[in-house]
Design a protein around this ligand. Structure first.
Ligand code: EPZ
Length: 419
């Protein structure tokens, strides 16, 4: 069992290049399946979920190699349409391969995806939308079988909620389909823009990504290209939280400030100084910080649910009382009990958390139950008095590239312990 051992209290200082975005790299890798020949994704983060995506591609007959943050895919001879249950269970985003496999082969067999424990994560919107595109879907013994006898046909799809994954699946399925597809109430997250940009570079005709209405004109085929994965806005938020817990000063390089506006606004409200020159964010935090008014997690451009836990870690030692309403996932407060072990004063009731700032947190043995909650424990531990051991590191590794090396380079006393 691996743990992160953190001796808190070191002020973090310095500059760091932010990794490529996990939540973009995964759908982009699915998108590579649609391009004929070779596609090169640079700034691809070295993460366990990215390796799982490569293994799914391999299982489908697509060559996928990974080296020095570059993934190279080659679809020559990729005719597979079945994804094994073992790979589907490894991560939630395995579901975006559904649209890509359908787009490539006109059929697909897979099972329900796994992923972090954030409460129920149904895929009903994905299924309904794909049916509207002409896909016949049946389920038996947990396996989902899809065929489109007449091929993918464009349609007008009104999503009941701007689901990120459903928007991506529709785009992937429709991009090489027949005619025009309109997605209304589409997710507007920057990762959607990134997927459209990759597909367009491969020859697709997608307009409006990043807005609520996306228009896709089906094209006959896509070709390979070289593309750089967008920066990870949630990793950037995590560094900002660590600057806040340690009273540090950090320069985050290669991030689009606009993509994290809702998060930087909260840190500014806490009293941090944030400066955003082109493609970077500089944040300086003199402690103690102040509590903030209500934070409500919302679809983009609202405050991202993925940054809720790390911002909570920063608020745990801010002066005064803050409130968070988690509106996206039902069960995204599993880090709270662990923060409380470290001395935080946080109470939850349903989707609401009330954080009463304490003067300091103390090191403790804590457990990550999921990715972002785990990152929050690391951010809290970096500012806490004494030693913290964080277990459940496998969750953190899903989304953060060698987190101990990244924080170590900024002055943290952090190491990984094995066994
Ligand atoms: C993506 O998940 C991200 N994952 C999540 O990041 C992120 O928290 C989430 O979007 C919201 O921003 C990836 O991009 C790989 P949704 P996704 O479909 O696509 C409900 C992280 O920590 N819903 O927008 O699964 C759903 O249950 C991860 O990096 C349905 O009810 O999110 C949730 O309540 C965790 N039916 C809400 O919509 C559906 O068919 C938002 O889900 C689909 C979704």
């Amino acid at each position: 069992m691996q743990r992160l051992i953190i001796k808190g209290g070191k002020r973090l200082c310095g500059e760091i290049k932010v990794q490529g975005a996990k939540n973009s790299a995964l759908p982009l890798l699915a998108g590579c399946l649609l391009a004929e020949g070779r596609t090169v994704l640079t700034r691809c983060p070295e993460l366990s979920d990215v390796f799982t995506a490569c293994r799914i591609l391999n299982e489908l007959g697509c060559k996928c190699s990974f080296r020095d943050n570059t993934a190279v895919t080659d679809t020559s001879g990729a005719e597979g349409f079945c994804i094994s249950e073992a790979l589907m269970r490894e991560m939630r985003s395995s579901i975006v391969f559904m649209g890509a496999v359908l787009g490539r082969t006109g059929k697909c067999e897979l099972s329900y995806p796994g992923g972090c424990e954030l409460g129920p994560r149904p895929i009903d919107m994905h299924i309904t939308a794909l049916r509207q595109l002409g896909v016949k879907i049946s389920e038996e013994h947990g396996r989902i079988s899809c065929v489109c006898p007449k091929g993918i046909r464009g349609a007008v799809i009104d999503l009941p909620f701007p689901s990120v994954g459903a928007t991506e699946n529709i785009m992937l399925a429709a991009v090489c389909g027949e005619g025009e597809t309109l997605i209304r109430n589409a997710a507007r997250e920057p990762e959607i823009r990134d997927l459209a940009a990759l597909l367009n570079r491969c020859g697709a005709d997608i307009r409006g990504a990043g807005c609520s209405t996306i228009r896709i004109n089906g094209v006959k085929s896509l070709h390979g290209c070289e593309y750089e994965v967008m920066p990870d806005r949630i990793a950037a938020a995590t560094y900002m939280a660590a600057a806040a817990t340690t009273g540090g000063e950090l320069g985050l390089l290669g991030v689009n400030c606009e993509d994290v506006r809702a998060v930087t606004a909260v840190f500014e409200e806490m009293g941090a100084a944030v400066y955003c020159p082109e493609n970077s964010i500089f944040i300086s935090c003199a402690r103690p910080l102040r509590a903030v008014r209500m934070i409500r997690t919302m679809p983009y451009p609202g405050f991202p649910t993925d940054a809720q836990a790390v911002v909570m870690a920063a608020l745990a030692t801010a002066r005064g009382s803050s409130m968070i309403a988690e509106n996206i996932f039902e069960c995204r407060y599993r880090h709270v009990d662990e923060l409380v072990r470290m001395g935080a004063d946080i109470k939850t009731s349903g989707r609401t958390a009330v954080i009463q700032g304490v003067s300091r947190l103390y090191g403790a043995n804590v457990m990550a139950h999921e990715l972002r909650g785990g990152a929050a424990l690391v951010a809290a531990a970096l500012g806490a008095e004494g030693m913290t051991a964080v277990s459940g590191v496998q969750y953190i590794d899903r989304g953060y590239e060698q987190i101990e090396r990244a924080f170590g380079s900024l002055g943290a006393d952090i190491r990984r312990a094995f066994g």
